[in-house]
Design a binder for this molecule. Structure first.
Ligand SMILES: NC(=O)c1ccc[n+]([C@@H]2O[C@H](COP(=O)([O-])OP(=O)(O)OC[C@H]3O[C@@H](n4cnc5c(N)ncnc54)[C@H](O)[C@@H]3O)[C@@H](O)[C@H]2O)c1
Length: 384
């Protein structure tokens, strides 16, 4: 018998990346290039970044707020990836890591939330070919900067594969799994309000409905709200949804979705969690420092209870950081969903590195032929 780690298990099941890695080891599309990455550093990321290494790249990685996992850092360093920084919730410290990464002047950037490209514009250098952006939040941030970025940047989030495989199916599953793991509280019969009904919100709402919760949706866009209604969810006015909820989950990509102004509305015992990318959807700092709050009890596993002056209690998960990558043994989205998204990442970086896309492709979706290539690879051995 031999023993192996979770990272070994994850790499073993990143089937698509394994295929890409074998190919890249021969074709070496990144020979002589440095790739700077700002993606969450967890087990699946090891599979992606070592694939880029196999393609000849020097890889320099800094994580995202709160989600960097020490075992993944160790595994990456063992394979020659330079990892800057460590797990932190401190935005200034995180910004410092990102600036340090950019001093290596990467030829390609793999961004997650638009931070690296935005910081590049603060202090541009010669030689940046372009790169990729992983998220909805990053696309929203980078689109207005197109005129200044002027290089190919492919948005993985806007691939239909990423939309349905990760955002819809995987985020819903992992948000449910994480909330159960962290709180160990029942979902059956509870009123769960999902704020935001984009791809991620649809999956979150579906998964909590599947876990026998009574799910309502709050959505600012009337057409999307209609969609939630026709999908069978309650879509009451925001005030009604917030004041009746036992659990509120934000997943909008927007800032200040739940703030201190909402405190008077919240039901005693409500659990607040965020599944959106940035820890800005629930204004955790505002809530924690509100004069309405009498005491705060911090539990292990990143749970906090705020006792209000009127006796109500509000529970806050992971201080509003992304719930599915928070707390102990955070697994994030399923391996297969990330394998699909990361295969898109590897293929898109290859396209930028080898000049298959030009500056007209600045903050645009993944090219359709790459989507087709990845979909075919995923299905290739299903019916053998
Ligand atoms: N947790 C994860 O693993 C994970 C994975 C992928 C994406 N994300 C993040 O989840 C967030 C949502 O992603 P998406 O792909 O569903 O985005 P999306 O743009 O498809 O949907 C967001 C929805 O929220 C609505 N909305 C915006 N502000 C609102 C508000 N104040 N109140 C109610 N509704 C509001 C919008 O109208 C839209 O329908 C983003 O931050 C994204 O980066 C997280």
């Amino acid at each position: 018998m031999t023993t192996a780690t979770r990272i070994d298990w994850t790499r073993e099941h990143c089937r698509l990346l394994k295929g890409v890695r074998d190919e890249f080891a021969t074709t070496r599309p990144f020979e002589g290039l440095t790739i700077g990455t700002g993606i969450h550093i967890e087990a699946k990321t090891v599979a992606l970044l070592t694939t880029l290494r196999a393609g000849g790249a020097e890889v320099v990685a800094a994580g995202n707020l709160n989600s960097t996992q020490p075992a993944a850092v160790e595994a990456l360093r063992a394979e020659g990836v330079t990892v800057i920084g460590e797990q932190t919730k401190d935005e200034r410290e995180h910004g410092h890591y990102q600036r340090e990464l950019l001093t290596t002047r990467p030829d390609l950037i793999l961004d997650n939330g638009g931070d690296l490209f935005a910081r590049y514009l603060d202090d541009p250098y010669v030689g940046l070919k372009g790169g990729t952006e992983e998220t909805t939040s990053g696309r929203m941030r980078l689109k207005p900067l197109r005129d200044r970025l002027r290089r190919p940047i492919l948005v993985i989030n806007d691939s239909p594969i990423k939309q349905f495989a990760e955002n819809q199916h995987a985020v819903g599953q992992s948000t449910l799994e994480s909330l159960l793991r962290l709180t160990n509280r029942v979902t059956n019969g509870e009123r769960v309000t999902v704020v935001g009904y984009g791809a991620c919100g649809r999956g979150v709402a579906d998964n909590f409905r599947g876990a026998h919760a009574k799910v309502s949706v709050v959505e600012v866009d009337p057409v999307t709200r209609l969609r939630a209604h026709l999908d069978g969810f309650d879509t009451p006015p925001r005030d009604v949804a917030l004041s009746t909820a036992d659990v509120i989950i934000t997943v909008t990509g927007a800032r200040g979705v739940i703030t201190v102004k909402d405190l008077p509305l919240l039901k005693n015992g409500v659990v607040l969690a965020n599944a959106g990318h940035f820890p800005v959807e629930i204004d955790a700092d505002g809530l924690l420092t509100s004069p309405e709050v009498k005491t705060i009890r911090e539990y292990e596993d990143d749970l906090a209870t705020l006792e209000l002056r009127d006796g109500r209690r509000v529970h806050l998960v992971a201080r509003g950081h992304m719930v599915n990558l928070a707390g102990p043994r955070a697994l994030g989205n399923s391996i297969e969903s990330m394998d699909l998204g990361f295969a898109l990442q590897a293929r898109c970086l290859q396209a930028v590195a080898t000049g298959q896309v030009d500056s007209a492709s600045c903050v645009v979706p993944v090219p359709a032929e790459i989507d087709a290539q990845v979909a075919n690879a995923y299905l290739a051995d299903r019916y053998q």
